[in-house]
Design a protein around this ligand. Structure first.
Ligand SMILES: NC(=O)c1ccc[n+]([C@@H]2O[C@H](COP(=O)([O-])OP(=O)(O)OC[C@H]3O[C@@H](n4cnc5c(N)ncnc54)[C@H](OP(=O)(O)O)[C@@H]3O)[C@@H](O)[C@H]2O)c1
Length: 184
């Protein structure tokens, strides 16, 4: 059974026009040169404490492969990669998973981890939303319009109500929207 206190948070960085990736995979737009005087500045200690609170990452195979190319940012934290392929890794913290997604989340991920972050990409986000598997959505919006690329998610086919839990604006112009997904 899923632990009562475990939760799934979808986190994504997007442009104002809702793209999470450029067509060519360039992510330099995630580094902002903007400056917002009243914004928050996070110290390295605050970032470290926040990252320590995450005890499992879940991602789609495309996001995993992109992360390998760009430089692995997940350290030794357990990472569950959804794939239908027979992928191999030497990283002990990476596990490839397939099968019924709701079953995996409720019977394998949630009973074993408290603070689970689903970090992309678009395809997996759509599945998580359609299956009502996410408890929270954190959208970090950068001050940029990309014009084209991969959308955060599209056409999930139903209305879902959200509860705005928090909004933070940072010194580099990033705005973080923190939502709870209303159930039922
Ligand atoms: N801006 C951000 O915050 C952010 C975050 C993450 C990713 N991204 C970007 O988004 C892009 C990737 O997104 P994406 O939508 O193309 O792909 P994705 O969601 O990362 O991965 C999709 C793949 O995951 C596997 N998969 C999905 N659902 C599955 C399931 N239920 N069971 C088994 N396997 C499943 C399939 O791979 P197989 O073919 O192996 O079966 C599928 O092709 C990259 O460019 C990445 O850099 C951006």
């Amino acid at each position: 059974m899923p632990s009562k206190s475990s939760k799934i948070t979808i986190h994504m960085v997007s442009s104002l026009d809702g793209f999470i990736a450029k067509k060519d995979g360039d992510i330099s737009w995630m580094e902002s040169s903007d400056s917002y005087e009243k914004g928050i500045e996070l110290s390295p200690e605050m970032i470290e404490a926040f990252l320590k609170s995450i005890d499992c990452y879940v991602m789609g195979a495309n996001t995993y492969e992109h992360a390998l190319e760009l430089g692995w940012p997940y350290g030794d934290v357990p990472v569950k990669v959804l794939t239908h392929r027979n992928l191999k890794t030497e990283r002990e913290n990476v596990e490839f998973c397939s099968g019924d997604l709701a079953h995996l989340v409720n019977n394998h991920f949630k009973p074993n981890y408290q603070n689970i972050w689903m970090v992309g990409g678009a395809m997996l986000t759509k599945e998580f939303l359609r299956l009502h598997l996410a408890d929270e959505i954190v959208l970090s919006m950068m001050p940029v319009i990309l014009g084209d690329g991969v959308l955060f998610f599209d056409f999930i086919g139903e209305e879902q109500l959200l509860h705005l839990k928090d909004v933070k604006a940072y010194k580099d112009g990033m705005v973080e929207l923190w939502y709870g997904v209303k159930k039922g």
